[in-house]
Design a protein around this ligand. Structure first.
Ligand SMILES: [Fe+2]
Length: 241
């Protein structure tokens, strides 16, 4: 199942889609690229907003989007992809104590898209992520690992983090630049990256581009890599094709 694991398609939630028209156009564009499921992952910053407030806002945005879909006459699974609700949960100090963590997972699963700090990670972050994966049984997806990779100086922390039973998401756009894509394609080949997301925010600067990323991955890492990714994605979301 072709799944976009990372998107900012919900209207007026964050720095992504500005309104329901833009959301619909982004979804249509994704569907045109063969995407069957889009996971809506608006930013959640627990250090500046309560989970209750975020969930309330997300509920409203989803209702607005559903209303717009209904009045457009376009159907999920037809001209539009199915939209699942999730969040891009930014790491913060109280993350592991957050009561609402289950509600921030994708669509009632235990799958959580986690955005790590844009800084060198330490044993503190390693312990926290270990606790989420091993003690609390979350299926953690590290959002766009490539964005943080060069910042990591502590090899012990990085290696042990990537040895945890977690999943690594890479942005489709990171697989495209000729001179910079090599390390991220290698991560997929080595089985150290697992999922793709567009991280789309709009239609111009950061548009839906999953198909381009998938095409590159198919060319450079082979069809079985894509097949594994699609099977894992469906499993993590409790969807079986
Ligand atoms: Fe994002």
């Amino acid at each position: 199942m072709v799944i976009d694991f990372h998107s900012h398609v919900l209207p007026k939630m964050d720095d992504g889609s500005k309104n329901t028209d833009m959301s619909l156009a982004m979804l249509e564009e994704s569907r045109g690229q063969g995407v069957e499921v889009v996971v809506a992952t608006p930013h959640f910053y627990g250090h500046r907003e309560s989970a209750a407030s975020f969930l309330e806002r997300r509920g409203q945005a989803l209702r607005r989007l559903k209303g717009a879909v209904a009045s457009s006459g376009k159907a999920a699974g037809g001209e539009l992809p199915f939209v699942l609700f999730g969040a891009e949960v930014a790491f913060f100090s109280k993350l592991t104590e957050l009561d609402e963590l289950d509600s921030l997972c994708i669509n009632g699963t235990r799958t959580l898209l986690l955005e790590m700090p844009f800084a060198p990670w330490t044993r503190y972050e390693l312990d926290a992520v270990s606790s989420l994966c091993l003690d609390r049984g979350y299926q953690v997806i590290l959002a766009h690992l490539e964005r943080f990779y060069a910042l990591q100086k502590d090899e012990y922390v990085l290696e042990n983090l990537l040895r945890l039973p977690l999943w690594v998401q890479v942005n489709a756009g990171s697989l495209l630049p000729l001179t910079r894509r090599g390390p991220w394609i290698r991560l997929f080949r080595e089985g150290r990256a697992h999922l793709l997301g567009s991280d789309c925010h709009d239609l111009a600067k950061r548009p839906p581009n999953l198909a381009a990323g998938r095409g590159m991955l198919r060319r450079k890492a082979g069809e079985p890599t894509l097949a594994r990714m699609d099977e894992l994605g469906a499993r993590l979301l409790g969807l079986y094709a």
